[in-house]
Write a protein that binds this ligand. Structure first.
Ligand code: ZN
Length: 134
């Protein structure tokens, strides 16, 4: 069931709301960025994401093909979400950092299915051979 969650960075400068059905799956990836940031995410469409405060306090980081804008708070450094645009993803999408959702309980998070992506080898459809560290 789709639910509206309220999220923020650590210092609360950046605040957002998003509508997610966690039973549709969450995702962890072993690419160089996700593994260093321990980024546990869910994908939502443009209409499901609302930045409530602090949009001007976000810095943008891009690497590799530069298709994804990775946003982090200029004050506390926490990355609440990234944004990309791909036809296969239905246009503009956000990758929400689930641990930034303040009203998501640990139990709810642990109950959500997790898909693993082998982004390190550019095989996004495949599960990496090791996932325990992600
Ligand atoms: Zn912050």
């Amino acid at each position: 069931m789709k639910k509206t969650y309220h999220g923020s960075c650590h210092c609360q400068s950046v605040r957002f709301e998003c509508d997610i059905d966690l039973q549709n799956g969450t995702s962890k990836c072993n690419c160089s960025s996700c593994s260093k940031g321990r980024f546990w995410k869910a994908f939502v469409g443009r209409d499901a994401m609302r930045i409530v405060a602090g949009a001007d306090n976000l810095a943008e980081y891009r690497f590799g093909s530069k298709t994804i804008a990775h946003f982090f708070c200029k004050t506390c450094g926490v990355k609440p979400f990234g944004r990309g645009e791909m036809e296969a993803m239905g246009g503009v999408f956000y990758a929400v950092n689930l641990v930034c959702l303040d009203d998501l309980t640990t139990e709810e998070l642990l109950a959500a299915p997790v898909d693993y992506q082998d982004g390190l080898h550019n095989q996004w459809e495949q599960t990496p051979s090791e996932t325990r560290h992600l």
